[in-house]
Design a binder for this molecule. Structure first.
Ligand code: AMP
Ligand code: MG
Length: 267
């Protein structure tokens, strides 16, 4: 999956990244869906080990345009994990209390502790995306944030957090179809937010802002992956594979029991 990883120091042009790509799995959708199920089973076991060992902290950042599939990834890739050790933190429009603090305040509070996986559904990157595109703060405020964010993630990594960041890359046409489905299908209507159209109208500006994010904040200790996300199964396959491979590299083991259990007799 290295082909989707943004190499630090490279300039990303999203026009060069195909949201329909499926180069790592040519066997098609039905086999792809089965592969995703297998990955989520492996993830289930790895997460149990992570929780039992209580040593590593895992932070997963999901960013995308509306309808990009953040919720779908959470539902399908994390299908079987134990809710005790996995938390989803969704970042919405900041509250007055959030806004009374620096923008990383609400973020830092949600980062994973030992043995935990935390999934960020949106993140501190909104503070250089929506804030920039919708002019919620002037450039001299948000421009400094790339450095803050790199330093913040470096801090988390130095203190033992494994960080993976996924940008779910869909095309404007695919978004159109997905928004239309939200209008057409009764059980999807609840997801339709007229505000999404305002963001859609600024698609080009968002792509430009994402290109800056991906170019400036992909680090060896906190890499970005640009996930082709027009096909849901392929999106899940890429993310599931990266997660499983990353967790396997941690070489986790169940903790040794405190005493020699072989001598214990239960009457
Ligand atoms: P959703 O994730 O679609 O339910 O919507 C959450 C909304 O909150 C999105 O429109 C985001 O752009 C917005 N949002 C998240 N973080 C921020 C932020 N830091 N500043 C302004 N808006 C934000
Ligand atoms: Mg939305």
């Amino acid at each position: 999956m290295d082909r989707y990883r943004v190499q630090p120091g490279t300039r990303v042009n999203l026009k060069d990244w195909d949201p329909d790509d499926k180069a790592n799995f040519e066997k098609g959708k039905s086999k792809g869906l089965k592969a995703v199920l297998k990955l989520s089973e492996r993830l289930e076991l790895l997460q149990e080990l992570l929780f039992a060992q209580g040593k590593h902290k895992i932070l997963i950042v999901l960013q995308a345009m509306d309808t990009g599939g953040k919720d779908g990834v959470i539902r399908r890739v994390f299908d079987g994990v134990n809710p005790q050790g996995v938390k989803v933190a969704s970042f919405k429009v900041p509250t007055p209390e959030d806004l009374a603090h620096d923008y990383l305040w609400r973020i830092h509070k949600q980062t994973p502790g030992k043995g935990e996986i935390v999934i960020f559904n949106r993140s501190h990157y909104e503070d250089v995306l929506v804030v920039r595109v919708q002019n919620l703060a002037p450039p001299d405020i948000w421009e400094k944030r790339f450095d803050h964010i790199n330093a913040f993630e470096r801090l988390l990594a130095d203190e033992g957090t494994t960080i993976l960041k996924f940008y779910l890359h869909i095309s404007a046409d695919e978004q159109k179809a997905r928004l239309q489905a939200r209008l057409d299908e009764p059980d999807k209507r609840w997801k339709f937010n007229p505000g999404d159209l305002k963001d859609r109208a600024l698609w080009g500006d968002y792509m430009h802002a994402y290109e800056d994010v991906l170019s400036k904040t992909s680090m060896p200790w906190a890499p970005w992956y640009i996930v082709p996300a027009n096909r849901k199964w392929y999106r899940d396959l890429v993310i599931g594979t990266v997660l499983v491979e990353t967790l396997e590299k941690l070489k986790m083991r169940y903790p040794e029991p405190a005493e020699d259990l072989d001598k214990i007799v239960i009457e």
